[in-house]
Design a protein around this ligand. Structure first.
Ligand SMILES: C[S@@+](CC[C@H](N)C(=O)[O-])C[C@H]1O[C@@H](n2cnc3c(N)ncnc32)[C@H](O)[C@@H]1O
Length: 215
């Protein structure tokens, strides 16, 4: 199968210790982690897939000490950065989960998992990757678990924000299989894998958090 086009548009700064710093994560991580704190139960284990630099994972583990946070990606640079963030924050509840390509079997996902979280993935990967995420999550989540997604999504019966329309065009020009998704398209994949309709929470800069409970 041909490799996916690059799944990051912004350049990341790299620290001497291997940590990478994403400008968008610097802007959105406080909002994202605050929303996760409200959405998730008191304790559990979260598998963060496509975790990129690992900055969201590092902050989530700091803010939610009763959650075990397992951060993964499939990209070598991302995995190096995740490991560097794990070393940097040095918390017992943050671990690198090694390489996990969502399009392959989640062979190492033997831990008991209560939530699967992904930010900024659905628009910057082929839609099959989102389908695979839901299938993998359905196979590995504990009863009562949830998939939580963050990013730009077109909501039904709502005007399309200009910034997301422009972003969608930019993504599709780079890779026809990428693009800002319709909520209904993501929700249909979730339903097929056994998840309920999402609770939608609007976030700054025309992003959303989608919380799909496992039926
Ligand atoms: C735009 S970055 C988002 C990173 C981070 N979640 C954030 O919000 O800053 C997209 C990430 O998805 C990862 N990714 C893309 N396709 C993937 C796949 N099939 N399996 C696992 N990770 C994938 C890329 O390696 C990249 O780190």
């Amino acid at each position: 199968m041909p490799a996916d086009p690059p799944s990051r548009l912004e350049p990341l700064e790299k620290g001497a210790d291997g940590r990478r710093f994403s400008p968008s994560a610097a802007r959105n991580r406080e909002h994202i982690v605050a929303a996760l704190e409200q959405m998730l139960p008191e304790s559990g284990t979260c598998l963060e897939v496509a975790a990129g630099s690992g900055e969201h994972a590092a902050l989530a583990a700091q803010r939610m000490p009763r959650w075990q946070w397992l951060a993964t990606d499939r990209d070598d640079e991302a995995l190096t950065s995740i490991e560097a963030w794990v070393q940097h924050v040095d918390l017992p509840n943050l671990k690198s989960f090694g390489c996990l390509d969502l399009n392959e079997a989640w062979s190492q996902a033997t831990a008991s998992i209560n939530a699967v979280f992904a930010s900024n993935l659905t628009h910057i990967s082929p839609i099959e990757t989102t389908a695979a995420l839901f299938r993998g999550a359905a196979a590995h989540l504990e009863r009562g678990g949830a998939v939580i997604l963050y990013g730009p999504v077109f909501l039904p019966d709502r005007p399309r924000p200009e910034s997301n329309v422009a972003f969608d065009a930019e993504l599709r020009a780079r890779a026809p299989s990428y693009g800002v998704r319709e909520l209904g398209v993501i929700a249909a994949l979730a339903t097929k894998a056994g998840f309920a309709s999402p609770v939608v929470r609007e976030m700054p800069a025309n992003n959303v958090m989608l919380n799909f409970g496992r039926r």
